[in-house]
Design a protein around this ligand. Structure first.
Ligand code: FAD
Length: 482
């Protein structure tokens, strides 16, 4: 009973942690010699912070990061404005007792990857580096995966294969699924990590020569680190050499700031925005997750977050099916995550086109707390009059009378049953919490709310039998607390 995960990025590592903490043997194979060294996706959404809290890495994420800094705009040497992220995007970030992490948290991706890898090791797992997945064959009982290590090819067997191998996914190509969309041909983005002398304060420094943000050179302070992430977008035919000297020259050209000196270029990448997603997330025993399944602009920072949440959605389902739950549970991965990916593609493209210009269009929900699986195959809400909160929605946090929070009870690999208004909830082999009243849960009468292991509401009902039937469909013990 094994799962092979191709790729040790945020997607593969999240998935592997989810499997490992349920005791499912899992092998993470990565073709690179070690974890990716660049800062890439650096803004953790409120929802991703909740996921990481549940995975047991909340403290490490806090210690390694910092609140998302404000943007400081320059015209030459003059500071012309300072704005928060929410002001820049025109986006509201929710707050209240149901939202423990109301802000975007800055954490360079290399540190996110390290934290997840360390957690995986703590849970008894590991990553095999220098192991490239080059192909596979599947049959009714499993998948035979071709793995190349040091030029030597071997065939290895697993129950399932997950392609979490990034935007150029070999697993996706071998599956032959569609990956339709568009490529922004006329522009390129230069990104990398570098040290800089001559800047004061902790900000996203948006340098311009004369206030024109479309010609900016961005330098973000990275937390607990002397490095900055630089980002600059340019026409395809104006790309400078990918060297420290090339980046320094571009920075001076765009800002007029010859008093700022860049040095110690640690990572540099030139990329072209692709907006694409697969037409299937599952083919038999093979799954695609994260960038392997969807790529888009980094505007509004959804890439890493969406990818982590793919892994989080798939993990408990794979574990449950391996422990005896019906195979159809695995189909719900695509049913739930594909609409989310489609929405993210649309939203990030819109934010890419806006490029921080003022807009009267609706504000985007970059926090991802509104991601919902309402109306999906795992959302059961049989009340005559559904309230504001429905099955499929994220289960909000709330303070409990005994001083704990609901998220303290949810933390871990189990389902949780909330019993409101004195509803009968005996005989369940899972944590049951009696809730007198909660503003975040606008459920009337003696309702039962079943919360899935990934923190979404599976069921809202008054019937104990409805909860029992549901648990029969989605678990055979694997997701229950030990
Ligand atoms: C240059 C760049 C800048 C970005 N900037 C941002 C940003 O500012 N904000 C944001 O939110 N997102 C950003 N992203 C996106 C974000 O980094 C991704 O969404 C995120 O890394 C996706 O995680 P993943 O685990 O799916 O893929 P990845 O992190 O790409 O991990 C895939 C892993 O698979 C491995 N692999 C590949 N092929 C194979 C194979 N055949 N066999 C075994 N292993 C394999 C790779 O070595 C890699 O470790 C950026 C991406 C790039 C490329």
């Amino acid at each position: 009973m094994t799962v092979i995960v191709a790729g040790a990025g945020p997607t593969g590592l999240t998935l592997a942690c989810e499997l490992a903490r349920r005791g499912v043997p899992c092998r993470v194979l990565d073709k690179a010699p070690g974890l990716f060294p660049g800062s890439r996706g650096k803004g953790l959404s409120p929802r991703t912070q909740e996921v990481f809290d549940d995975l047991g890495v909340g403290d490490a994420v806090r210690a390694g990061g910092m609140p998302f800094p404000s943007f400081r705009m320059y015209s030459g040497r003059e500071i012309v404005a300072e704005r928060t992220l929410a002001e820049m995007l025109g986006a509201e970030l929710p707050s209240g007792p149901d939202v423990p992490y109301p802000s975007i948290w800055l954490l360079p991706q290399w540190r996110t990857d390290e934290i997840l890898r360390d957690r995986l090791v703590e849970l008894g797992g590991s990553v095999e580096f220098g192991a490239e997945v080059t192909g596979f064959e599947q049959d009714a009982d499993g998948v035979t995966v071709t793995v190349v290590r040091g030029g030597v090819e071997r065939r290895e067997r697993a129950d399932y294969l997950v392609g979490a191998d990034g935007g150029r996914s070999a697993v996706r190509k071998a599956l032959g699924v569609g990956f339709a969309g568009e490529t922004f041909e006329t522009e390129r983005t230069l990104i990398g990590d570098v040290r800089a002398e001559g800047l004061d304060g902790v900000f996203c420094h948006m340098l311009t020569r004369a206030g024109d943000l479309s010609e900016r050179f961005g330098l973000w302070n990275l937390p607990n680190s002397p490095y900055y992430q630089f980002v600059a977008t340019m026409p395809t035919d104006q790309v400078p050499p990918l060297t420290l000297a090339g980046v320094q020259e571009l920075m001076v050209q765009r800002s007029g700031r010859d008093d700022i000196r860049l040095h110690d270029l640690r990572w540099i990448s030139l990329y072209q925005v692709n907006v694409r997603m697969v037409d299937r997330f599952r083919v038999g025993r093979v799954f695609l997750a994260g960038d392997a399944a969807h790529v888009h602009s980094s505007a509004s920072g959804q890439g890493l977050n969406t990818s982590v949440q793919d892994g989080y959605n798939l993990g408990w389902k794979l574990a449950a099916v391996l422990a005896g739950a019906p195979d159809e549970l695995l189909d719900t991965y695509e049913a739930e995550r594909m609409p989310v990916a489609a929405h993210v593609l649309g939203m990030t493209t819109e934010m890419h086109r806006r490029d921080f210009l003022p807009s009267t269009d609706p504000t985007p929900a970059i926090h991802q707390l509104d991601v919902t699986y309402r109306g999906g195959p795992l959302a059961v809400d049989d009340r005559a009059e559904p309230g504001r909160l429905r099955a499929g929605d994220r289960a909000p946090d709330a303070p409990l009378e005994d001083g704990r929070r609901l998220f303290d009870v949810f933390r871990g690999p189990h389902f949780t049953l909330l019993a409101f208004g004195g509803a009968a909830a005996d005989g369940f082999d899972l944590p049951v919490v009696r809730v007198a009243r909660s503003e975040a849960y606008d459920v009337a009468g003696s309702a039962l709310v079943l919360v899935r292991p990934d923190g979404y509401i599976g069921v809202i009902t008054e019937s104990v039998q409805t909860v029992r039937d549901y648990l029969g469909r989605v678990s055979k013990g694997a997701s229950m607390p030990g």
